[in-house]
Structure formats: structure tokens, C-alpha cells
Design a protein around this ligand. Structure first.
Ligand code: FES
Length: 130
């Protein structure tokens, strides 16, 4: 059930905190006024013999609600180790699926998470002129 998953993540968040000297930071303010930030370290790995950028480490910080903490935790688990194009494809549904049943009224908390992730990746791409 979604509620149990959310409580579990809220009590024991994954990857909450900051990264020293991150390669990029992304922030967002949700429609509710709550804030979130992601910090990432980008590494290089070989995929099909080609060197690609991937999310080596990611942490989050939020002043958001329990669903925001849970969806940010779930998102860090979803994108850690993923290449940048893979991480860009993460959708609201992917996050919601990982959390279980989310009441529709709480979907804006997932939107806040996804917006923060996209800002983080955009900031990294801008910095690296991708
Ligand atoms: Fe603001 Fe959930 S109510 S992030």
C-alpha cells in the first residue's frame, strides 16, 4: 500500500542530505510553496563501448511534506547509476509506481520532485554545454 511505503521512506529517507562540491544543484518551489533541491555527482562509464555520463551520486533536501520526502527518496533510488538520457526519461508515473497508491491530491508533491530533478539535469547540461 502506498501509505505504508510513504511512512517507511519518511521515517527512513534514502539519500537525504547534501553532497560536498556537487557537479550540479537543482532547486524548485512547488505549487504548495514547499521547496526541494537535488545535489548530484556525475561520473563516466562505458555503455556499449561508448563513454557516457551517469549519475554517480545524488542526495536531496526538502522542506516538503512526507510525500515529498518519500518521492525524493524514491527518485534518488530510481536515478542513481542511470545515464543522463535514462534519468531524463523518469516520469511522474515511474515515481508514483515506486511509492504505491498516491492520492491524486498529492501528485503535486511528485511534480515538485520531478521538476527539481529536471532542473538539476538542465543545470548540469548548461554547465557542460550539452
Ligand atoms: Fe508541499 Fe507535498 S504538500 S510538497
Amino acid at each position: 500500500m502506498g501509505i505504508e511505503k510513504i511512512i517507511e521512506y519518511y521515517k527512513n529517507p534514502k539519500n537525504r542530505g547534501k553532497i560536498e562540491n556537487p557537479d550540479a544543484i537543482g532547486e524548485e518551489i512547488g505549487s504548495c510553496g514547499d521547496t526541494m533541491a537535488f545535489f548530484v555527482k556525475i561520473g563516466k562509464k562505458k555503455v556499449d563501448g561508448k563513454e557516457v555520463d551517469y549519475i554517480k551520486d545524488i542526495k536531496f533536501d526538502t522542506l516538503g511534506c512526507a510525500v515529498a520526502v518519500a518521492s525524493a527518496s524514491a527518485t534518488t533510488e530510481l536515478v542513481k547509476g542511470k545515464t543522463i538520457p535514462e534519468a531524463k526519461k523518469i516520469s511522474e508515473q515511474d515515481i508514483a509506481k515506486k511509492l504505491g497508491d498516491i492520492p491524486e491530491a498529492k501528485f503535486h508533491c511528485i511534480d515538485l520532485t520531478l521538476g527539481t530533478l529536471r532542473n538539476t539535469i538542465n543545470n548540469w547540461e548548461k554547465k557542460n554545454k550539452k
